[in-house]
Design a protein around this ligand. Structure first.
Ligand SMILES: Cc1cc2nc3c(=O)[nH]c(=O)nc-3n(C[C@H](O)[C@H](O)[C@H](O)COP(=O)(O)OP(=O)(O)OC[C@H]3O[C@@H](n4cnc5c(N)ncnc54)[C@H](O)[C@@H]3O)c2cc1C
Length: 390
């Protein structure tokens, strides 16, 4: 006999998107169930810097302090350097007129843990992790019935008013609910490494280096050290993977000769894509996060935009009568998707610059950013938008 659970909201996936939505709905009148297939922590190499706007949202959910208790640190600056290693542009977030004028950074898996642990400690949220299997057995416009196997191997039937697909790029929810999807692949995968350097003077800034044919990013990690992201030709990936520590140092120094590494190790490589669904909502199904807008990490936006949208989705659901959830979802899409699509277009243009590996394109970018410095209004606008205020 299956245990039968009736719920308001069934969230599939407890990455950042699913965990953040559950967190935003904790201690509300809504009953929420979360199914996560994996028992492993999230991938540490992914999004780890929370924009000032995202920090403001986390504060409004009364959870920001928990990130600092888990070890989060603050970053106030992003710096751009040209091939001569000269700083040609920087953004100072402590100049921002915002409640949280800094980026908070914490490893991705810990961001996920803070969100999901806080959600799961609330009486109105049930988390099944790992959920070994689930299948939609009935799907009507205001009811979805899912048969699942819970973390103890027991059968469970979940009857929910709405279904949320938070199951990432390869979303099964998206596939099962007929969402039209467009995917663009970029030429260059990103090689991600972790490094330490006691002599590197810019450890607490995010540093972007425009080199002859690469845009290389050094992203601070908690406790010192950094994540290094290098766009690379596909044919080179195998060489990065099998390189010795010494060879890795040499490869990094080909791009950043000024960086003296005490240690470095290869983490992984990522094939970036731009994935968009034409709709986010289909009756009582809604997609969130990478399941409907996976993007190139060039501008460090995927997780941040996800949390910023989830704030709006959570408000729409909390304010709605359960009998009117479908209308609330439709309004949420209509009010938010056009603006997000524009940001995705901008992100795609920027990702193409990074992907081009062209020194001409990089010098145009350098000129464009340098020109902004003569225009305080445009500088302020850029500072705000890169902080998540649009
Ligand atoms: C290298 C890299 C660096 C990045 N850097 C940044 C950054 O600095 N800033 C930023 O904002 N963003 C960044 N991003 C993007 C960001 O990490 C993602 O946009 C974000 O993590 C997406 O979260 P998600 O929950 O939508 O998807 P995912 O993280 O993919 O989570 C999906 C979850 O669903 C689960 N799942 C999958 N299928 C099923 C199923 N069938 N049933 C149940 N559960 C399922 C998975 O196990 C997983 O836990 C980066 C991404 C990459 C690859």
């Amino acid at each position: 006999m299956s245990r039968v659970v009736e719920t308001d909201i069934l969230i599939v996936g407890a990455g950042i998107a699913g965990s953040a939505l559950a967190c935003a709905l904790r201690n509300t009148h809504l009953k929420v169930m979360v199914l996560e297939k994996s028992s492993l922590p999230l991938d540490t190499a992914r999004g780890d810097h929370l924009q000032p706007r995202t920090c403001e949202i986390l504060k409004s959910w009364n959870i920001l302090d928990e990130f600092f208790e888990a070890g989060a640190e603050k970053r106030g600056q992003t710096t751009w350097r040209n091939p001569n290693n000269e700083v040609f542009f920087s953004s100072q977030y402590d100049e921002l007129d915002a409640p949280e004028p800094y980026f908070a950074f914490l490893n991705h898996e810990l961001i996920g843990e803070v969100l999901i642990n806080s959600a799961a400690s609330s009486k109105n949220i049930e988390l099944i992790k790992p959920c070994q299997q689930w299948t939609i057995v009935q799907h009507q416009t205001n009811l979805v019935v899912v048969d699942a196997i819970d973390d103890d191997g027991q059968a469970i039937q979940i009857k929910s008013k709405i279904l949320v697909g938070a199951d990432g790029r390869g979303s099964k929810v998206r596939e099962s609910s007929d969402f039209e999807t467009k995917i663009t692949s970029y030429k260059k995968p990103l090689v991600v490494l972790f490094g330490q350097s006691s002599s590197y003077p810019h450890n607490s800034d995010l540093n972007i280096y425009l080199r002859k044919n690469r845009m290389v990013t050094l992203i601070p990690r908690t406790g010192g050290g950094f994540k290094i992201a290098i766009p690379e030709d596909r044919s080179e990936i195998k060489h990065w993977k099998k390189a010795t520590k010494q060879e890795l140092k040499q490869r990094v120094n080909e791009q950043l000769p000024e960086l003296e590494l005490d240690s470095v190790h290869f983490c992984d490589f990522y094939q970036p894509i731009d994935l968009r669904t034409t709709r986010w909502v289909n009756n009582n199904t809604v997609l969130i996060g990478d399941s409907c807008h996976a993007m190139h990490p060039a501008r460090s936006l995927g997780m941040n935009l996800t949390i910023q949208n989830i704030e709006k989705l959570a408000k729409a659901l909390i304010d709605s009568e359960p009998t009117r959830f479908n209308l609330a979802l439709r309004d949420y899409e209509q009010n938010n998707k056009p603006a997000l699509d524009k940001i995705l277009d901008e992100n795609h243009r920027y990702a193409e610059i990074m992907d081009s590996g062209s020194s001409d394109t990089f010098s145009m970018l350098e000129q464009k950013l340098t020109a902004l410095k003569g225009n305080p209004e445009a500088m302020l606008q850029r500072l705000k938008s890169t902080a998540g205020y649009r």
